[in-house]
Design a protein around this ligand. Structure first.
Ligand SMILES: [Zn+2]
Ligand SMILES: [Zn+2]
Length: 129
């Protein structure tokens, strides 16, 4: 089951929702293609159609921009396929275009993307399907 949470900024009130894990309706590989960032969808479809996929890992995950110190919620996918080939989603920060890395802290420990202050507060977590 997936998990949801959100943060709000105590200074400017900016609210951000986060999803983690995978919902019940996305329990198969084919059903998650739509969740992948647009420019990777063709590549993933090609892999699913043309190769044998040995293992797959995917979930909504939290990433961070190491330069802006901001949190980014992305749908992560990794496929091992064909002859020891690997596909892994790559993400860039929408603000500075740096490559995102897996988050090293919780979502409320980053700078607010709206006002740029470190005044985020975590709201309640809840389950989602
Ligand atoms: Zn950035
Ligand atoms: Zn703010």
């Amino acid at each position: 089951m997936g998990q949801g949470s959100s943060t709000h900024c105590e200074l400017c009130g900016h609210k951000v929702k986060y999803l983690f894990g995978v919902g019940a309706e996305h329990s198969s590989l084919v059903s998650v293609v739509d969740l992948i960032q647009k420019h990777s969808q063709e590549k993933v479809k090609e892999i699913l159609n043309s190769y044998q996929v040995h293992s797959s890992k995917y979930s909504h995950s939290l990433f961070e921009c190491p330069f802006c110190d901001t949190a980014h919620n992305r749908f992560y996918l990794k496929l091992d396929y064909g002859n020891k080939q690997t596909f892994e989603t790559q993400f860039r920060c929408g603000d500075c275009r740096a490559s995102l890395i897996p988050a090293t802290k919780s979502a409320d420990r980053y700078f607010c993307r709206k006002c740029g202050e470190k005044t985020l507060k975590q709201d309640c977590e809840k389950e989602w399907n």
